[in-house]
Design a protein around this ligand. Structure first.
Ligand code: UDX
Length: 477
């Protein structure tokens, strides 16, 4: 291990916590990971990874010597001065974020002049200020606080961590913010990662308060082993060093904006269906405008996951709590809910009543390359179909275990072909390659009916039609 790299602690071993721990271990840090779930910690100690995330298992195994797992916060405090908090902040009934897990950490941390809480969990704007107030009230005013939101996407989280567009560090300008920037330095654009150790101008660092000094060329090999570069690390990220409240808002606003983009293109898709235009062509034409960009313009059956639905709601709620009615976000949420249900209308258009019909859902996770079922469109679809009297079968390459728990009325199949056997209609819910790359002649033979609803506009419509099936996408004329 590089002796210069700071030893850190990560509290919470979910998607964000484990990827953060593995990522910093890859950059050379020793990491203490703490979680209150003793069974999870025991599994992690045995080398088992409780979630599916491409590349994560390999990275955790590669750095098993640098990674320690514990249920005791005391272990983190003893070994590390920076405590990255990556605990869950699920929505409450009111739409506010539930910060009880965050406050459990805040209350448990002991008074110190030399420790800092670095917030990775997505929290409402104002949380940092509130926590610092609590620290003061509890006689722990010497503790530092940094907001360092995480922008990784599930399914490509390891790559996203090692290859960030930007790193946002919000702090009071003390040692803790500097230390967090140092940790991320190998991933930042200004770190002198060019061949020969040539240093980029300090001005590249957006709003950088401290230093701007160049690391010696020798750190490149040490901080970013060849394998890290292969994983996507390599120093391209911009640094946004700012105040705590702004850092908190960058995260919420980014997710809300991306969700808005998706609801926008979904509404365009719905208008395309009325006017004969093809939303895929429309998105292509729009995305070439640099001001718009091509990403997050894929129309479909709505966004899900652990972040967008929760964060859009939390920002709307946060605005409401401060007396501002965020009208746009209300529409973004409503459009998304309706979008999931529009598939039912499409099925009824082709099949009439759904009573006694057999519908196959291909893909159940909220997106490919994850086993995460949180707010997945499949949950709403399966429940609606069951309520309308249909029999629902489903297939997912990795989310099977979760789906079994959450989708009681669904018949889980071991393969896509088994799922579609005897089906009147097939709905592509998640664009797993195992589902998009099917031989549609085989599918046609296995099905009872002929309807294929492409909920992600990810199928080869010509191949589907050539197999004698009826193809319908989202917003495709
Ligand atoms: C998101 C943000 O992208 C990430 O920066 C943040 O840290 C966490 O939330 P994630 O939820 O992992 O990441 O997945 P993402 O790839 O953003 O997709 C979210 C949902 O939007 C999925 O259900 C996906 O299918 C849907 N989506 C995405 C669309 O419907 N259309 C698109 O064009 C893009």
């Amino acid at each position: 291990m590089s002796p210069e790299r700071e030893l850190i602690a990560v509290i919470g071993t979910g998607y964000v916590g484990l990827v953060t721990a593995a990522g910093f271990a890859e950059l050379g840090s020793e990491v203490w990971c703490v979680d209150i779930d003793a069974a999870k910690v025991a599994r992690l100690r045995r080398g088992e990874v409780p979630i599916y995330e491409p590349g994560l298992e390999e990275l955790l195994a590669k750095h098993s010597e640098r990674l320690h797992f514990s249920t005791e916060l005391g272990d983190a405090l003893e070994h590390a001065r920076l405590l990255f908090v990556a605990v869950g902040t699920p929505p409450t009934y009111s739409g506010d974020a539930d910060l009880s897990a965050v406050h459990a950490v805040v209350d448990a941390i002991t008074a110190s002049e030399g420790h800092a809480l670095v917030m990775k969990s997505t929290v409402p704007c104002g949380t940092g200020a509130a926590i610092r107030r609590v620290f003061g009230e509890q006689g722990k005013g010497g503790l530092s606080y940094v907001s360092c939101p995480e922008f990784l996407k599930e399914g490509s989280a390891v790559r996203d961590f090692l290859h960030p567009d930007r790193v946002v560090v919000g702090d009071a300008g003390d040692w803790a913010g500097d230390a967090v920037v140092e940790l991320y330095r190998p991933l930042l654009a200004e770190t002198g990662m060019r061949a020969g150790g040539e240093c980029l101008p300090a001005s590249v660092e957006t709003g950088m308060r401290a230093g701007g000094e160049c690391l010696p060329a020798s750190v490149e090999g040490e901080y970013l082993p060849a394998s890290a570069a292969a994983n996507g690390g390599g120093g391209g990220g911009a640094l946004v060093r700012t105040d705590v409240a702004s850092a908190e808002m960058v995260k919420l606003a980014s997710n809300a904006f991306l969700a808005t983009k998706i609801s926008f293109i979904n509404e365009i898709a719905n208008v395309c269906e009325e006017t004969g235009a093809d939303v895929v062509e429309v998105a292509r034409g729009m995305g070439l405008d640099e001001r718009i960009g091509p990403k997050f313009l894929q129309a479909g059956i709505g966004f899900g996951g652990s972040c967008f639905p929760k964060d859009v709601n939390a920002l709307k709620q946060l605005a409401g709590n401060s007396g501002y009615h965020f009208q746009l976000l209300t529409a973004v949420i409503e459009v998304n809910e309706l979008q999931k249900r529009r598939v039912i209308g499409k099925l009824q258009k082709h099949l009439g009543s759904l009573v006694g019909r057999r519908i196959a859902l291909l893909g159940l996770a909220f997106k490919p390359n994850t086993d995460d079922m949180r707010e997945a469109s499949s949950l709403v679809l399966a429940a609606r179909l069951n309520a309308d009297g249909a029999t629902v079968s489903g297939y997912d390459p990795v989310a099977e275990e979760e789906a079994r728990i959450l989708l009681g009325g669904l018949q889980l199949a071991d393969s896509p072909l088994e799922a579609v056997r005897g089906a009147d209609a097939v709905v592509l819910v998640t664009e797993w390659p195992q589902c998009t790359g099917l031989d549609w002649r085989e599918v046609a033979e296995a099905m009872r009916g002929t309807v294929v609803i492409d909920g992600r506009n990810a199928l080869d419509s010509d191949a589907v039609r050539a197999a004698g099936l009826v193809y319908e996408g989202i917003g495709r004329g």
